[in-house]
Design a protein around this ligand. Structure first.
Ligand code: SF4
Ligand code: MSK
Length: 671
């Protein structure tokens, strides 16, 4: 009998797999070296057609129950049922809810870790962390009900900063598990949004409870009403956006400093052949903050030189990259889909990973090179033997970081001669936040978002879009991000970005003020030129989507554009989403009043009634709704049409001929 020939594995076509040249070069190199990446697996392994529609239930061992849509579509009553009788709506809603729970858990558990480190710093148990931004502490404290002044002998005095920090730490940590009351930060939203949540009975009680309750409700035989399940998704996602994520952002700013605009670079080309290259990847800045400090120390530089390197080059992937970029200008090596490629350069001496979005295949890729792959978090280890685990402990942060940096330096001499770093990188201006937008686009006089509102009202800026989220190996890397972004700014829509969308924009050169002249409509280009900002403002990591919520709240407060986030000419987008965190983010955008479009698909299409509920009816309740559009131009156009609808409702649709505001009209804007 003839021997059966093994089929050669399918390989990705580099040009079809990515829109970005250094990624294409590295995919090609991976093929030459015989190293398999996610791009190859994406061509050989197709997604499950039932799972993608959200209609497979495996919540008990009588299943999995699969409920495919009939070929002719649903005619008459939808009679599909699981063994227990669960309908397609129930199954899709339960699956959706579990994604919200997982996403909210990821953001919020990250927030909890930061709060614990914050507590150690407040108690002065560690030398590695101190309160760096006292102003931010004083600004945040009242939102947590912590007084910043004290009355003594009839005199109002400033409270001791250490005392405030300790109380902030206690109250903040309590937000995860308190036994009564409601999430304290909800009151930071415009009053109208708060009242809507109150009326609908969806105010989160505490962060952990809402996540646990989703897991309970979606257990076999509990909540079997998709509308009631979505109500719990709302509570849980609000506990993420206005809770766990917002606390993570605030406490990180207080500990490590509030970001302000700075210049840096992005793409694999930031790696240097004659330097020790350390790539930090994941989401939590608590370790990477210390690694940045250690890697920049004279002692480590001398040590690196002693080993024959010219210096130490740090680079980031995913949201740890965004955290280090925003506060220290550490260049970004790449986004989610470029993580394996950083190792394939052959020049990565150590890749240090913490939590979230870290592919397990990194270990297999690292095996083909000299790269030390180091996991650092107790909840995120890898089974492969070549992975080194150095568990990070905030009490020994300096020692841990020093051990990691030294390990990378020692590994420099083990680098093979086959190194290929793509020669592509772009300049980026990043580090924006609620405070810096106020500085650039606010009135110095009133300290609000006055100038931004003014420019929205007079039509130079048509509206604002929050464009966020991951890459997805099921679509061409970076293409949808870039086409959506360019279409928006071409139509005078100012973009606020976070996560891998921010990294993508940086890599393709859209995060510079000069990009405005090339890519923007005349109104937005003029504003960017006068103020000196890029048309896309990078606000940080995935948890920093909370900055987008607060920036939009400031716009409402500045006046003239309605009273509720749903009144604003704004829209949200996640063009190439893949993570469960994106579903939680999408849902808190929607229930905070923002029309939100996802690229690719969302796992609801197999249950059309449920899909219609979240993509049509929710708008009547919260003012925001879900939408899905894979085509980037149509995707952006849907957002622009929504922005125009809101401009019309506000009566500013005629103002796009750029009326200069006189004093009387300015006064009319006062709330
Ligand atoms: Fe099937 Fe119902 Fe069990 Fe889900 S819960 S797997 S639908 S029997
Ligand atoms: S890192 S969640 S791939 S944005 Fe926040 Fe990027 Fe998406 Fe991870």
């Amino acid at each position: 009998m003839a021997e059966k020939k093994e089929k050669a594995p399918k390989l990705a076509d580099p040009i079809a797999a990515s829109y970005e040249i250094s990624t294409q070069e590295m995919i090609e190199r991976s093929h030459k070296l015989g190293v398999e990446t996610i791009f190859d697996r994406a061509v050989s392994m197709k997604p499950c057609n039932i799972g993608i529609q959200g209609i497979c239930c495996k919540n008990c061992s009588m299943g999995p129950c699969r409920l495919p849509l009939p070929k002719a579509g649903i005619v008459g009553e939808d009679t599909r049922k699981g063994l227990c009788g669960a309908t397609a709506n129930t199954i899709a809603a339960r699956n959706f809810a579990r994604m919200v729970a997982a996403g909210a858990a990821a953001h919020s558990d990250h927030g909890r870790c930061v709060a614990e480190v914050f507590m150690s710093a407040a108690k002065k148990e560690t030398d590695a962390y101190k309160i760096k931004d006292v102003q931010k502490l004083l600004q945040v404290a009242p939102h947590l009900g912590v007084d910043v002044t004290v009355e003594e002998d009839g005199e109002v005095k400033d409270r001791d900063v250490d005392e405030i920090a300790l109380e902030v730490a206690e109250v903040a940590l309590n937000e995860w598990g308190k036994s009564d009351g409601e999430l304290l930060y909800l009151k930071r939203a415009p009053q109208s949004n708060y009242e809507k949540w109150e009326k609908e009975g969806v105010k989160p009680r505490n962060i952990d409870r809402e996540i646990v309750e989703i897991m309970h409700r979606t257990h076999m035989g509990v909540d079997q009403d998709y509308k009631n399940l979505i109500k719990q998704c709302t509570r849980c996602s609000l506990a993420d956006g206005w809770g766990g994520s917002m606390l993570a952002t605030d406490l990180q700013d207080i500990l490590f400093g509030t970001p302000y605009p700075l210049q840096s670079e992005a793409n694999l080309g930031i790696m240097k052949e004659d330097h020790v290259n350390i790539i930090i990847h994941g989401h939590e800045p608590v370790l990477s903050e210390i690694i940045v400090a250690v890697a920049q120390s004279q002692e480590m530089l001398d040590y690196a030189k002693g080993k024959g390197a010219k210096g130490i080059q740090l680079g980031g992937i995913c949201c740890t990259a965004n955290e280090m970029l925003q506060r220290h200008g550490v260049p970004t090596a790449g986004n989610f889909l470029q993580q394996e490629l950083a190792i394939i350069t052959g020049a990565c001496d150590a890749m240090v990973v913490d939590i979230q979005c870290v592919m397990q295949n990194l270990a297999n890729v690292a095996k083909c090179f000299h790269t030390k792959l180091i996991t650092t978090h107790p909840i995120a280890k890898m089974e492969q033997e070549n992975v080194i685990h150095i568990e990070f402990n905030e009490h020994y942060a300096l020692e841990d970081a020093t051990r990691i940096v030294k390990m990378a330096i020692d590994n420099f001499e083990n680098r093979g001669s086959d190194v290929l770093i793509p020669q592509h990188k772009a300049t980026q201006i990043a580090g924006f936040g609620v405070e810096s937008i106020q500085y650039h686009l606010g009135g110095t006089f009133r300290g609000t978002y006055y100038t931004l509102n003014d420019n929205i009202i007079n039509g130079r800026i048509r509206g604002v879009a929050g464009v966020v989220g991951c890459n997805n190996a099921r679509s061409r890397h970076n293409e949808v991000h870039i086409k959506v972004l360019k279409e928006l700014i071409k139509n005078d829509v100012l973009v606020l970005t976070t996560g891998c969308d921010g990294i993508t924009a940086a890599i393709h050169g859209l995060l510079t003020p000069e990009a405005a002249q090339v890519h923007c409509g005349p109104g937005l280009a003029e504003v960017c030129e006068v103020v000196g900002i890029p048309p896309i403002l990078h606000l940080g990591s995935c948890v920093d989507n909370s900055r987008i919520l607060l920036a939009a709240t400031e716009v409402v407060k500045a006046g003239g554009l309605g009273n509720d986030l749903a009144d604003l000419p704004v829209a949200g987008s996640a063009p190439e989403w893949m993570s469960e965190k994106a579903i939680s983010i999408g849902h808190y955008f929607v229930t905070s009043g923002v029309y939100t479009v996802f690229g690719g698909s969302i796992p609801t299409s197999g249950a059309p009634v449920f899909h219609d509920y979240i993509s049509k009816e929710l708008e009547n309740v919260y003012g925001g709704k879900w939408d899905v559009e894979p085509d980037p131009i149509k995707h952006a156009q849907l957002m622009i049409a929504h922005i125009d609808k809101k401009r019309k409702a506000l009566g500013i649709d005629k103002a796009r001929e750029r009326v200069l505001m006189d004093m009387a009209s300015r006064q009319a804007l006062e709330v």
